[in-house]
Design a protein around this ligand. Structure first.
Ligand code: IMP
Length: 432
């Protein structure tokens, strides 16, 4: 029985939530392994909209869901999310929260925003949810963890120690008002009451599930090119987003992972700053944004849009050990007569490469080389299976498979859950 990682292969927003939601039907347990409320999934089921930030989308399928040790949790946001799901009749008692996950504290979003303002033109374009500062405090060993919520005395003490440091930074470095110990402690004690029943030894829970032959999905937040170590640093998020992060972030050994499904849009989007070789110049960018509804789930920000980048995807195949690819939003390309696909980069010294540049200056200054594929110029809404796709759409998919040497196991053709085609059947993909 497989343990399957589902990982974004580009800069995020590839539609991972929908793929997880779909495969969760055939799984027993869904685990988030990194990130925090910087991730946002909007899932529409039977006309009802569900918004998720912390909780894996498997919860909508009534599956047990784990938030692993590698995540950072904003308890205020999480309580709001739980309340909304409760009101919509979702069984939130199935959520398990690792005691080793770190908490986003009130100073983290303030510092995130203040340091972005200071960076000015050099800013990263973070979501200002405190993600970077929370992971920084974890590494600095000043973090406060979910398990600290179990004991009000310990919680207050840890807040006091952290605030002694943070208030100096807030006042003297960032010119922000200090935070008040009693107010923060009381607020977090309120969250603690709500979250306590969910705190569990999730590493043990996942290990046992695997031993019992259960099907486990590991859901990555953000994506490969936003990975802290291997992404387009410094324009990245602050956690290990690549598939290897699934083992670290949930507390299982890497040998336990069987399959890795990368998720990529049939084009590319990026939110925030940073280099983007296949970003479209001219009116087609706006056209693609409108057609794809490319506005951020968490912030509503416009996403930058580009043509499919095979060089970036080849890198994602390598970094993740991808066993297959889910290609989403193919329908968004339906009205273009010609579809440029970036197959190589020209480096600043004039050399051409098919491999992702290892040095950031090469990546920042490279130019895309496109191969133009013919479009299909017809809607895909009526398409029921892969054979029903227009010939040029099938060619587009086959081109991607050939260039990457990886099977495309799922193809997204529309917003609804059922609009995902699977050449060898969903059940087979779910069982590896
Ligand atoms: P942070 O994760 O808020 O620190 O933001 C760091 C970078 O990652 C920024 O460029 C964000 O726009 C980007 N980012 C973070 N989360 C997501 C996501 O879920 N989708 C797309 N981009 C993201």
């Amino acid at each position: 029985m497989p343990a399957t990682v589902i990982v974004g292969a580009q800069w995020g927003d590839e539609g991972k939530g929908k793929i997880v939601d779909l495969l969760a039907q055939h799984s027993d347990l869904v685990c988030r392994y990194n990130g925090g409320p910087n991730a946002g999934h909007t899932i529409v089921v039977d006309g009802e909209t569900f918004k998720l930030k912390h909780i894996p989308s498997g919860i909508l399928q009534g599956k047990e869901c784990v938030i692993g040790a590698g995540c950072v949790v904003d308890p205020g946001v999480m309580v709001e999310e739980l309340d909304a799901l409760d009101e919509q009749g979702v069984r939130t008692e199935l959520v398990r929260l690792s005691g080793n996950a770190h908490l986003i504290m009130p100073w983290h979003p303030i510092i995130d925003g203040a340091s972005e303002r200071r960076l000015g033109k050099l800013q990263i374009g973070t979501l200002r949810r405190g993600i970077g500062p929370a992971y920084a405090d974890k590494a600095y060993r000043l973090g406060i963890r979910v398990q600290d919520l179990l004991d009000p005395k310990i919680l207050r003490q840890k807040i006091e120690v952290a605030l002694a440091d943070k208030n100096v930074w807030l006042e003297r470095v960032y010119d922000e008002p200090p935070l008040e110990l009693e107010e923060v402690a009381a607020r977090y004690e309120g969250y603690a009451e709500r979250l306590r029943p969910m705190i569990a030894d999730t590493s043990l829970l996942v290990d046992r599930a695997l031993d019992e032959g259960k099907r486990v999905i590991f859901e990555g937040a953000q994506a490969t090119l936003l990975d802290l170590d291997h992404g387009t640093y410094p324009f990245v998020s602050s956690s290990p987003a690549v598939a290897g992060g699934a083992a670290v972030g949930t507390g299982i050994g890497p040998t336990r992972i069987d399959c890795v499904i990368g998720v990529a849009k049939a084009y590319v989007t990026r939110v925030g700053e940073g280099p983007f070789p296949s970003e479209i110049e001219g009116p087609d960018q706006e056209r693609l944004r409108e057609l794809g509804g490319e506005y951020g789930t968490v912030t509503g920000r416009e996403r930058r849009c580009g043509w499919l980048d095979i060089v970036g995807l080849r890198y994602a195949v390598r970094l993740n050990g991808m066993t297959s690819l889910a290609l989403t939003k193919l329908d968004v390309l339906s009205s273009f007569a010609e579809l440029p696909v970036c197959v190589r980069y020209v480096l600043p010294d004039g050399r051409e490469t098919e491999e992702f540049p290892a040095h950031q200056s090469d990546f920042h200054h490279c130019r895309p080389v496109y191969e133009a594929l013919p479009g299909w110029e017809q809607p895909l809404d009526e398409v029921e299976d892969v054979a029903g796709l227009p010939e040029n759409a099938r060619r587009y998919v086959a081109f991607v498979e050939r260039e990457l040497g990886v099977e495309v196991s799922l193809i997204g053709t529309g917003a609804e859950r059922e609009r995902v085609l699977s050449p060898r059947g969903l059940e087979t993909v779910a069982s590896g």
